[in-house]
Design a protein. Structure first.
Lengths: 322, 343, 585
C-alpha cells in the first residue's frame, strides 16, 4: 500500500511539472491563435485585440497558468479556441478513437509476436529462424512513414479499403452491428499497419526472453523428463520468460496514446494525433496541454501497471522487497 | 563467428554508403540545385544496350527526352538522339571538402543529354544527385543528434548510476518529464527566434542539435543501468578499497564497461534521428530550399498528386531501407558480441 | 442576366399570382398566405428530393453569424441564413433578397429598405423589421466584438439603424458610401424571439454554439439544422418556409438534405471525391486536377476550371520604419528596397510564365496588378504586361547604381553584394515553390537570395509585430470584387498595408496619392467615375511596385454528374452560393 501511495504522489508531482513546463514551452513559440485574423483586411487590429483579451491571451504566463490550474482542479480542462468548445468532450471522443486503434493494433501485434517469437526461439538457428530474423530486420528498417504511405496508396489504387476516416457517410440510422462492421472495416488498414510496425521489436524481445528461459536449468530438466514440446514451451518456458515481457507490456500501455500518431495523421484516423498536430499548428494552447497531460497519465499508468504486475507475478521480486 | 561476419558485412555496407554520400559531388551527375524547367517530373531515364535498329552496344546509352504529344505532361524517348554513358566526365563544378573546386564526375552524359537515373522533381532537378547531396545533410543530422544524445546520456546516466541516492532520483524523474513534453514547440520557438541572415543549413543543424540535446533521456536510462551493475563488479569494489578516487573509478573502470552499450545506442539512434529529420521536414522545419535532404525529398510525398502519379519519388525512401538495415545489423552484431564477451 | 432584367415584370406577375392564391380557399398543404416570393428564372427546373454529401475542411465552430469568423462556420451559416441584399456570384452584382426593394436618399447617406411581406423563419415565426434592427444591434454592439463590426463603420462612425414601420428599415451612414448595397451581403438576419433572451442576460457569446439542440435555431436560409455529430458530420434539412420558388412555382430548395463531412486536408477531400463519397469538390489545387481529370468519365464526375478568382500572390519588400528590434542588416538593405528601380528590376526578372507552368500546371494567370482578370468589373486593361526581360532588369539596376563583379555577383554602389531573404509560410507549398523559382530567377541577375520558410505564426509575428524581414511572398483573397474590401491594404494607415503597416503619414508622395484616390472612390457613387479613380490606383501601384504581383491561381471545382444546376462562380462560396437551386438528377 505504501508503495502504491508513494508512486501516486510521484505521479501527481510529475503531472504538475509536465503541465508547468508545457505551458512555459507553449509561450516560447511566437504568435497565438488569432494571427490569421490579423491578416484579414476586413477586421481592424482593435477588434482583434479585444477578442484576444476576451480569451485572456494578453495575460502574462503565471496568471494564465494559475487560472488553468484552478479550473483543472475543478475538472475543467480549458477551452479550445479552434473548436469553440470545452476541451474535455473533444478529448474524450478523440482519445476513445485512438485507444480503439492502438488497442486493436497492440492486441494484434502481441497475438502475432508471442507464437512467432516462441517458435523462432524453439527452432533457434534453423532456416525458419533465419528467415524470421531477416524479415524482422527488414520490417524494422522500413521507415514507418513509408509503410503508411504505401498502405494509403494501396487503398487509393485498388479501392478495396476506405481511404480515410473512421466511418462511412450515412452511418446514422443503421443498427449497432452494421455500425460496428463499418468501423471495423475502416480499422483494417491503420491497425494492420500499426501492428506491423510494432511487431519486430516485440518478436525480438519475446525470442530473446524465451531463449534465456529455454537455457535455464529447470527447463533442461523438464526436457529430460520428456515433457512434450508444446507444453514445455507454453506452460513452462513462457511464464519463466515473462519478466521482460511484462515490462514490455507496460511500455505498450504507456505509449498507447502516442504510437498511433503517425498512422492517424497519414490515414486520417480521427484520433489524438491529428488533434495534437492541428492544435500545435494553430496555437490552440489548452488542447495541447490537455493532450500532453493525458499522454503523461498513460505513461505513468503504464509504468505503474508493469511494476504491479511484476510484483504480483515474479516471486523473486516479492521476496526481495519484503 | 557469425556475428563477426555480420558486423564486418554491415560495416562495409555502411562505409560504402557513407563514402558515396561524402563524395556526393563526384558521384552525382548534377548539382543539387540545377533546375531544368522543361524536364519537370521526368521519369527515371532508362539505360539501353540495343538501339532502335537492333544493334548491340557495349557501352550503355540513353535517349534524349521530348514531350509526348499524345500524353500532355509526360515524356517520350527521342530515339534520334543517343547519348552514351561515359565515366569520369567533366560536368558542373563542385567543391571537394569545401576547399578546392573540381569538375570531375564519376559518370555522366554529354551536356545536351539528360541522365536522370531516379527521375526529376517538380523543378526538373535530378533526384539521384539530390539524394546523394541530401544524404550529407541527413546523415550529418543523424550523427550529430545521436552523438549529442549519447554524450549527454553518458553524463547523466553515469552520474545517476554511480552516485545513486537523491541524484539518481532527481535525474530519473527529470528524464520522465523530458520524455513527456511537447518538444515541437521548442523547435518552433528556436526556429522563429533565429535572425534571418543565418544560412539555412546552419539553422537546420541548430534544430538538429536541439533535438539531440532533448533526446538524452533514453540513453541515460540504459547507461545508468549498466553503471549500476558495473559499479558492483568485484574489481571496481577492490579498486575503491585501494583508495581510488571517484573520478578514477568512473573513468578507468566503470565507463569502459559502457562502451558496448554506447556504440549500440549510437547505431540505433542514427536511423532514428534521420527519420526525425524527415518528420521535421514534413512539419515545415526542414532545411530550406534549394538545399536537399532526405526529409525534403520525402516530404513531397505528403501531396496526393505526387503520391499517386510520380512513383519514382518513392525511391529515396526505398533506398533508406538497406541503409537502416546496415545500421540495425551493426547494432545487433555489437549486442551479440557484448553478450559473448562480457560479464 | 435575365433574372435582373425582367425582375420588375416577374415581381408584378408574382404578386398577381400570390393574390390569386390568397383568394382561392383551401390552398395546398404548405402554408402560403400573404407571402411574396422571388421567382427564379433562367435555370432549368429541377425535381425535388434527394441528398447531397459535401466536405468541410474543418468543423464549424459556431452557428452564430455574429461571432463566426472561420470558413467552415461561415459556409454552413450561409446555407441556413439569408441577408437583406445579396450579391449574385455569377454577375457579381447585387440583387434583392429579404429586402424586395430599396431607395437611396439624394445625399447618398440614407438607405431605406422594404422587406418582403409574409416571410417566416424556419420555425414558422414571422419576420419583421424588429428582427432586422435587433440583428444589426448585435453586429454593432461593442461588447460583443463581432469580427464583422468593422465593415459597418463608414466614415469613422457606425451605421445607424432604425425601424420605420413593420416592413421598412432605414440605415443612415455618416458619409456617402459607394458599395453600401454590397455591404448587406453577409449580414444574416437573426430571429429576435430566439436570441433576445440570451442577449439581455449577457449570455450571447454562448448562444447558438455547436452544442445547442436544433430546435433552438431558426434562420431564413434554404436549409435548417437537423443534426450535428461532433467529429463526424453535420446534417441540414430542407426549410419548408423558404421564400424562393422556381419559375414553375415550385418552392425551393429542391434538395431534402445536405450532409457535411469533416475531411481535414485537400488531398483527403480529393480522394473522397474520387471515391464517390462526396458530391462536390470545392476548390482544389492544380496538381490534383491532373490526377482527378483522368478518371472523370469512369467515375461519373466532371471538373471545371473557372479561370482566375480574386486571389493574388505577390512579393513585397520591407519598407517599414524599422523599430529597435530589427537587425542592422535589414536597415542596410532597405536602401536597396526603397529604390523603385530595384523593385522594377526584380519584377522584370521574374519568370511569371514559369510560375504558372511549374507551380500551377498552367492553371493560373500571371498578374501585373492586384486586380485579377476574374474581377471583370474592376480590372484595368490598360496596365502594361511587360514580358520577362533580364536585359531591361540589368539596365534598371545599372541606372540605380548597381554593378557586377567579375564572377557575376551584383554589388551596390558601396560594393556590398546584394543578398537578401524571402520569407514565406512553410504550410503553403505553392508559395514556397514560387519563392524557389524567384530565387533562381534573381540569381541570373547576380543576386543571392535565400528562401526562408517559417511556420505561419512565426511569419506573421515577423511581418506584423517586429518587422524583422527583408522580403516576403504572400497572397490575399479579397472578400468582395469591390475595391472597398481592400481599403486596409492600400491606405497608408491601414493595418494590413503590409510593406509598411500603420503609417501615420504617407512615407512617399505616391502612397499619399493612393490614399486620396481610395478615399475619393469610397464616397463616389457613380460606377464609371469610381472605375477611373481605381484604374489610376492600379496604375500607381504598377509603376511604384509596393507589391510585385505574380500570379492568380484558377478556381478549380468538381461535381458529380448527378448534381443538377451546378453553376460554380469565382467568388466565395464558389460552389454552394446557389445551393437552393441544386438538385439531384
Amino acid at each position: 500500500m505504501r508503495y502504491i501511495s508513494r508512486r501516486l504522489i510521484h505521479a501527481i508531482l510529475l503531472l504538475l511539472a509536465v503541465s508547468f513546463f508545457s505551458f512555459a514551452l507553449l509561450q516560447l513559440a511566437p504568435g497565438d491563435f488569432f494571427d490569421a485574423m490579423r491578416l484579414n483586411p476586413e477586421i481592424s487590429q482593435h477588434t482583434v485585440e479585444s477578442i484576444r483579451s476576451e480569451y485572456g491571451l494578453d495575460q502574462p504566463l503565471p496568471i494564465r497558468y494559475g487560472r488553468w490550474l484552478r479550473s483543472m482542479l475543478k475538472g475543467n480542462l480549458g477551452f479550445s479556441l479552434a473548436s469553440n468548445s470545452p476541451v474535455a468532450p473533444l478529448l474524450r471522443v478523440r482519445a476513445r478513437n485512438t485507444l480503439l486503434l492502438s488497442g486493436t493494433a497492440t492486441l494484434l501485434a502481441w497475438l502475432l509476436a508471442l507464437p512467432i517469437g516462441v517458435w523462432s526461439a524453439a527452432k533457434r538457428g534453423g532456416w525458419g529462424d533465419r528467415i524470421g530474423k531477416v524479415a524482422t530486420s527488414t520490417i524494422l528498417a522500413v521507415p514507418d512513414l513509408l509503410l503508411f504511405l504505401g498502405l494509403l496508396l494501396l487503398a487509393v489504387r485498388t479501392g478495396w479499403f476506405p481511404t480515410g476516416g473512421m466511418v462511412s457517410p450515412g452511418i446514422d440510422g443503421l443498427d449497432f452491428w452494421s455500425q460496428a462492421k463499418d468501423v471495423a472495416f475502416h480499422l483494417v488498414l491503420p491497425a494492420f499497419g500499426l501492428a506491423v510496425v510494432m511487431l519486430p521489436v516485440l518478436v525480438l524481445h519475446v525470442r530473446s526472453a524465451m531463449i534465456e528461459a529455454l537455457e535455464s536449468p529447470f527447463i533442461r530438466a523438464a526436457r529430460g523428463h520428456g515433457i512434450p514440446r508444446a507444453r514445455l514451451l507454453f506452460r513452462y518456458a513462457l511464464p519463466a520468460a515473462s519478466n521482460p515481457l511484462i515490462s514490455l507490456l507496460g511500455f505498450s500501455v504507456a505509449t498507447m496514446l502516442s504510437t498511433s500518431m503517425l498512422a492517424e495523421v497519414v490515414l486520417s484516423w480521427p484520433g489524438l494525433g491529428p488533434l495534437l498536430v492541428e492544435s500545435i499548428f494553430s496555437r490552440d494552447v489548452y488542447v495541447v496541454v490537455a493532450v500532453v497531460m493525458l499522454s503523461s497519465v498513460f505513461l505513468v499508468m503504464g509504468n505503474l501497471l508493469a511494476d504491479l504486475l511484476l510484483f504480483a507475478s515474479d516471486p523473486r521480486i516479492r521476496t526481495e522487497t519484503e | 563467428m557469425n556475428s563477426r561476419r555480420k558486423l564486418w558485412g554491415a560495416l562495409i555496407l555502411l562505409a560504402a554508403f557513407h563514402g558515396l554520400i561524402l563524395f556526393a559531388g563526384f558521384f552525382a551527375p548534377y548539382g543539387f540545385a540545377v533546375q531544368d524547367r522543361d524536364m519537370s517530373f521526368a521519369p527515371p531515364t532508362r539505360l539501353h544496350f540495343t538501339d532502335a535498329q537492333g544493334k548491340f552496344h557495349l557501352r550503355p546509352f540513353v535517349y534524349g527526352l521530348k514531350d509526348d504529344p499524345a500524353n500532355p505532361g509526360a515524356y517520350a524517348a527521342d530515339t534520334t538522339h543517343m547519348y552514351p554513358l561515359r565515366f569520369f566526365v567533366q560536368g558542373s563544378p563542385y567543391k571537394v571538402a569545401g576547399l578546392f573546386e573540381s569538375h570531375l564526375h564519376f559518370f555522366g552524359v554529354a551536356s545536351d543529354g539528360r541522365l536522370f537515373l531516379m527521375g526529376t522533381d517538380g523543378y526538373g532537378r535530378d533526384q539521384l544527385s539530390r539524394f546523394l547531396y541530401g544524404g550529407q545533410i541527413s546523415l550529418l543530422a543523424g550523427l550529430l543528434a545521436a552523438a549529442l544524445s549519447v554524450a549527454l546520456g553518458i553524463l547523466v546516466g553515469s552520474l545517476a548510476g554511480f552516485y545513486g541516492g537523491w541524484i539518481d532520483e532527481l535525474l530519473m524523474r527529470g528524464s520522465e518529464i523530458f520524455l513527456a513534453l511537447p518538444w515541437l514547440y521548442l523547435l518552433f520557438a528556436v526556429r522563429a527566434a533565429l535572425p534571418l541572415h543565418i544560412a539555412e543549413w546552419q539553422v537546420f543543424l541548430l534544430l538538429v542539435a536541439v533535438m539531440g540535446v532533448i533526446g538524452w533521456a533514453r540513453p541515460a536510462r540504459l547507461i545508468r543501468g549498466v553503471v549500476l551493475s558495473a559499479k558492483e563488479r568485484k574489481f571496481v569494489v577492490a579498486a575503491r578499497g585501494f583508495g581510488a578516487s571517484d573520478a578514477h573509478l568512473l573513468f578507468k573502470h566503470v565507463l569502459p564497461q559502457t562502451y558496448g552499450v554506447v556504440l549500440t545506442q549510437i547505431a540505433l539512434l542514427i536511423p532514428q534521428y534521420v527519420l526525425a529529420e524527415v518528420t521535421l521536414s514534413f512539419l515545415g522545419l526542414g532545411v530550406g530550399e534549394p538545399m536537399a535532404s532526405w526529409g525534403t525529398l520525402l516530404s513531397s510525398l505528403q501531396q496526393y498528386y505526387i503520391l499517386s502519379s510520380y512513383w519514382w519519388m518513392f525511391l529515396p525512401a526505398l533506398l533508406l531501407i538497406p541503409l537502416f538495415l546496415a545500421y540495425y545489423t551493426t547494432a545487433d552484431a555489437l549486442q551479440e558480441r557484448l553478450k559473448s564477451v562480457s560479464l | 442576366m435575365a433574372r435582373v432584367r425582367s425582375r420588375k415584370a416577374t415581381l408584378a406577375l408574382g404578386v398577381a399570382i400570390i393574390c390569386s392564391w390568397c383568394v382561392a380557399p383551401g390552398a395546398s398543404a404548405e402554408w402560403q398566405a400573404d407571402s411574396e416570393q422571388l421567382t427564379v428564372t433562367d435555370n432549368p427546373v429541377g425535381h425535388s428530393g434527394g441528398r447531397l454529401v459535401l466536405a468541410l475542411r474543418s468543423e464549424p465552430k459556431t452557428l452564430n453569424p455574429v461571432l463566426a469568423q472561420d470558413a467552415a462556420s461561415q459556409e454552413v451559416i450561409r446555407c441556413v441564413t439569408a441577408d437583406l441584399i445579396e450579391i449574385n456570384r455569377k454577375t457579381q452584382k447585387t440583387e434583392s433578397a429579404l429586402a424586395k426593394s430599396w431607395t437611396v436618399s439624394r445625399d447618398g447617406k440614407q438607405y431605406t429598405l422594404h422587406l418582403r411581406r409574409g416571410i417566416r423563419f424556419s420555425d414558422g415565426q414571422p419576420l419583421t423589421a424588429g428582427d432586422v434592427v435587433f440583428s444589426f444591434h448585435l453586429y454593432l454592439d461593442e461588447k460583443i466584438d463581432s469580427p464583422q463590426r468593422d465593415l459597418l463603420i463608414v466614415g469613422g462612425k457606425p451605421i445607424a439603424v432604425e425601424k420605420i414601420d413593420s416592413d421598412t428599415v432605414r440605415f443612415t451612414l455618416a458619409q456617402p458610401y459607394a458599395a453600401a448595397d454590397r455591404l448587406f451581403d453577409g449580414f444574416a438576419i437573426l430571429p429576435r424571439h430566439l436570441l433576445e433572451g440570451a442577449y439581455r442576460s449577457g449570455d450571447f457569446l454562448r448562444a447558438w454554439n455547436m452544442s445547442m439542440p436544433p430546435s433552438q435555431f431558426a434562420g431564413l436560409g434554404p436549409f435548417r439544422l437537423k443534426e450535428y455529430v461532433p467529429g463526424e458530420r453535420l446534417v441540414l434539412e430542407r426549410n419548408p418556409y423558404y421564400w424562393k420558388q422556381d419559375r414553375n412555382g415550385n418552392r425551393l430548395p429542391y434538395l431534402n438534405e445536405i450532409v457535411f463531412l469533416f475531411v481535414s486536408s485537400e488531398d483527403a477531400q480529393a480522394i473522397r471525391f474520387q471515391a464517390g463519397d462526396t458530391d462536390i469538390l470545392d476548390r482544389f489545387s492544380a496538381e490534383n486536377f491532373a490526377v482527378l481529370a483522368k478518371q472523370q468519365a469512369a467515375r461519373h464526375y466532371h471538373l471545371d476550371d473557372l479561370g482566375p478568382g480574386l486571389e493574388y500572390n505577390f512579393l513585397f519588400f520591407n519598407l517599414n520604419d524599422l523599430g529597435p528590434k530589427a537587425s542592422p542588416d535589414v536597415a542596410r538593405k532597405q536602401a536597396w528596397f526603397q529604390d523603385v528601380r530595384f523593385r522594377q528590376a526584380v519584377s522584370a526578372a521574374i519568370d511569371r510564365e514559369a510560375i504558372v507552368r511549374l507551380v500551377y500546371n498552367g492553371r493560373a494567370t500571371p498578374l501585373w496588378t492586384q486586380v485579377t482578370p476574374g474581377n471583370k468589373l474592376w480590372i484595368d486593361p490598360g496596365i502594361p504586361h511587360p514580358p520577362r526581360s533580364l536585359a531591361h532588369a540589368r539596365d534598371l539596376l545599372k541606372a540605380a547604381g548597381f554593378s557586377w563583379k567579375s564572377d557575376g555577383t551584383l554589388v551596390d554602389s558601396k560594393g556590398s553584394p546584394v543578398e537578401f531573404s524571402i520569407l514565406t509560410s512553410s504550410s503553403n507549398a505553392q508559395r514556397v515553390k514560387i519563392a524557389t523559382l524567384i530565387q533562381d530567377d534573381l540569381s541570373h541577375l547576380g543576386m543571392n537570395v535565400h528562401v526562408v520558410s517559417l511556420e505561419f505564426h512565426a511569419m506573421v509575428d515577423r511581418l506584423l509585430n517586429i518587422h524583422d524581414y527583408e522580403a516576403a511572398i504572400m497572397g490575399l483573397v479579397s472578400g468582395d470584387a469591390d475595391p472597398t474590401a481592400e481599403m486596409n491594404v492600400w491606405m497608408s494607415n491601414g493595418d494590413t498595408h503590409l510593406w509598411h503597416p500603420n503609417e501615420g503619414k504617407s512615407a512617399t508622395p505616391w502612397e499619399a496619392e493612393i490614399d486620396r484616390l481610395m478615399q475619393q472612390q469610397l464616397v463616389t457613387l457613380a460606377y464609371a467615375k469610381r472605375k477611373r479613380l481605381y484604374d489610376r490606383v492600379q496604375e500607381i501601384i504598377a509603376e511604384n511596385l509596393p507589391v510585385i504581383c505574380l500570379v492568380s491561381p484558377n478556381i478549380l471545382v468538381g461535381a458529380s454528374d448527378r448534381v443538377g444546376n451546378f453553376q460554380p462562380a469565382i467568388l466565395d462560396p464558389y460552389t454552394l452560393w446557389n445551393i437552393d437551386e441544386l438538385y439531384v438528377r
